[in-house]
Write a protein that binds this ligand. Structure first.
Ligand code: S3P
Length: 425
C-alpha cells in the first residue's frame, strides 16, 4: 500500500486541463463495439484499471481489442471463456457484462477484487430474469460471483427498475437487444442515460413515455465511438477551483450528459461561477467545455433530486461543505454505501481526520462548514474517488495531507497526482 504526501501552494491557480476519457462511456463503447459483428473503433478510451478489466474480459470472450480497434464476430459468436471473468474493482464491468452475456449459449461467471466481491449484485437477478435470463449471485449476501446460465431464448418484457441506476438499466438493455420482441425499461430518472442515447442513435431503441426506454432487438451496427473527457475526473479540478477565490479551471471536451452534471448545479449554489457550453455531441450525447471560477463557499442542502446526477461527486460535496460557511446536508444517497467503498462512512472519516465536523446519516451526511481543514492523514479505503477528494482537501490545507493507499486513483486516472502538481506551473 503506497502512502503519498500531498501539499499544494496556497495561491490560486488558473489552468486548462484535458481530463482522461470518460469511464462510463469507455465501458459502453467497448461492449457495444464487441456486440457488433465487424470492426468498431473507440477513440480516447479511459486509461484506468476499470476499463482495462472490460478489455480483458472481452478478449477472454474471443473479441480482439487493440489500440481502440474492436474486432468481433458479434455477440452471437462470443466464445466460452472457460474460466471466471475477472472484473477487478469495476462494478460497471460486472453489471454490464452480466446483461450482455444473458443471451449466450454458455455459462459465464463474473468475479472481482475484495471490494467488488462485497458489492450488491442481487439487483440484476429480477430485471434480467424478467427477460427469461437465469442469473445467480452468492447467497445469502447477494454479492458476486455472478453466474449467468444459458437459456433457450430471451423474450422482451416491460421491466420496472426501482433504482435510478444506469448500470442496471444498461444491463437490461444489453440483454434485451438479444431477446425476441421489444422491451420497455422504466424507472426513476436522473441517472446517466448514455446507453439509451447511443442505442437510439444506433437504431436499436427510443424513449418511451416519461421514464421509459424501448429496446428494439436486433444486431448492432459497427460504429466509431469518440469518448469525451470524464466529468467525474473534471469534477476534482472544478472542486479545487471552486474552493479558492481567484482560481479558475477550464476542462474542454467533457461529457455533459444531464445525468453527469448535478455537481455543476451544486457548485453554483456553493457560490462558484460556472460556464458550461455544449460544443458538440457523440451519438446524441452532449459534450462541451466547462469553466469553474472560485467564488465564496456557502453551505447548502443538496436537493434529493440531484443525488443520482451527482452520485460519483458527492464526496467532493462533503469536502467543499467542510470548507464552506454554514451546514451542508446530503440526503437520498444511500447508494453511496455500496460503491467501491462505503462512501458515506469514508467521507465523514476523511473530514474528521482533517479536523472538520461531519456526521453520517443512513442515506447521506451532514457537514459543518468551518471554512478550513487541518493537515492530517486520511484513508482512501482503496477507493479512487476518496483519494482524489483528499487531494481537493489538501488544496485548502496549510500544510500536507497524507493519503493512505493513494494509488487507488489508478482505477480511473493514472497520473492524477502529477497533473495536480502542474496546476500551479
Ligand atoms: C455508472 C453508473 C453509476 C456510477 C458508476 C458508473 C455507469 O452507478 O456510480 O460509477 O457507468 O453506468 P449506478 O448505476 O450503480 O448508479
Amino acid at each position: 500500500m503506497t502512502h503519498r504526501t500531498v501539499s499544494y501552494p496556497q495561491e490560486p491557480f488558473q489552468a486548462t486541463v484535458a481530463v482522461p476519457g470518460d469511464k462510463s462511456l469507455s465501458h459502453r463503447a467497448l461492449i457495444l463495439g464487441a456486440m457488433a459483428a465487424g470492426r468498431s473503433r473507440a477513440i480516447g478510451l479511459a486509461p484506468g484499471a476499470d476499463v482495462a478489466a472490460t478489455v480483458a474480459a472481452l478478449r477472454a470472450l474471443g473479441v480482439g481489442v487493440d489500440a481502440g480497434w474492436i474486432d468481433s464476430p458479434g455477440v452471437e459468436g462470443w466464445s466460452d471463456p472457460g474460466a471466471p471473468l475477472d472484473c477487478g474493482n469495476s462494478g460497471t464491468t460486472m453489471r454490464l457484462l452480466a446483461g450482455a452475456l444473458a443471451g449466450r449459449s454458455f455459462a459465464s461467471t463474473l468475479t472481482g477484487d475484495a471490494s467488488l466481491l462485497a458489492r450488491p449484485m442481487r439487483r440484476l437477478v429480477g430485471p434480467l430474469g424478467a427477460l427469461g435470463a437465469m442469473v445467480t449471485v452468492a447467497e445469502p449476501a447477494g454479492t458476486p460471483p455472478v453466474t449467468v446460465y444459458p437459456v433457450p431464448r430471451l423474450h422482451g418484457a416491460t421491466v420496472a427498475i426501482d433504482l435510478a441506476s444506469a448500470q442496471l438499466r444498461t444491463a437490461v438493455a444489453l440483454a434485451a437487444m438479444q431477446a425476441e420482441g421489444a422491451t420497455v425499461i422504466a424507472g426513476p430518472v436522473g441517472y446517466r442515460d448514455h446507453t439509451e442515447r447511443w442505442l437510439e442513435a444506433l437504431g436499436r431503441g427510443a424513449p418511451h413515455g416519461a421514464d421509459g426506454f424501448r429496446i428494439d432487438p436486433g444486431p448492432l451496427p459497427i460504429a466509431e465511438y469518440r469518448i469525451p473527457g470524464d466529468p467525474s475526473s473534471a469534477a476534482v479540478l472544478w472542486a479545487m477551483a471552486a474552493l479558492r477565490r481567484g482560481s479558475a479551471v477550464t476542462t474542454p471536451g467533457v461529457s455533459l450528459n444531464p445525468g453527469r452534471i448535478g455537481f455543476l448545479q451544486i457548485l453554483e449554489r456553493f457560490g462558484a461561477v460556472i460556464s458550461a457550453e455544449v460544443t458538440g455531441s457523440v451519438l446524441g450525447d452532449p459534450v462541451g467545455t466547462v469553466t469553474v471560477t472560485g467564488g465564496g463557499l456557502f453551505g447548502l442542502e443538496v436537493p434529493e433530486s440531484l443525488a443520482a446526477a451527482t452520485l460519483d461527486e458527492l464526496i467532493l460535496v462533503g469536502v467543499l461543505g467542510a470548507l464552506a460557511e454554514g451546514m451542508t446536508v446530503v440526503r437520498g444517497a444511500a447508494e453511496l454505501r455500496t460503491k467501491e467503498s462505503d462512501r458515506i462512512a469514508g467521507t465523514v472519516d476523511l473530514i474528521r481526520r482533517l479536523g472538520g465536523g461531519a456526521e453520517a446519516t443512513e442515506d447521506g451526511f451532514a457537514v459543518v462548514g468551518m471554512g478550513e481543514l487541518d493537515p492530517g492523514a486520511v484513508r482512501s479505503r482503496g477507493d479512487h474517488r476518496l483519494a482524489m477528494a483528499a487531494a481537493v482537501a489538501a488544496v485548502a490545507v496549510d500544510g500536507a495531507v497524507v493519503i493512505e493507499d493513494a494509488d487507488a486513483v489508478s482505477v480511473s486516472w493514472p497520473g492524477f497526482y502529477e497533473v495536480m502538481e502542474r496546476l500551479w506551473s
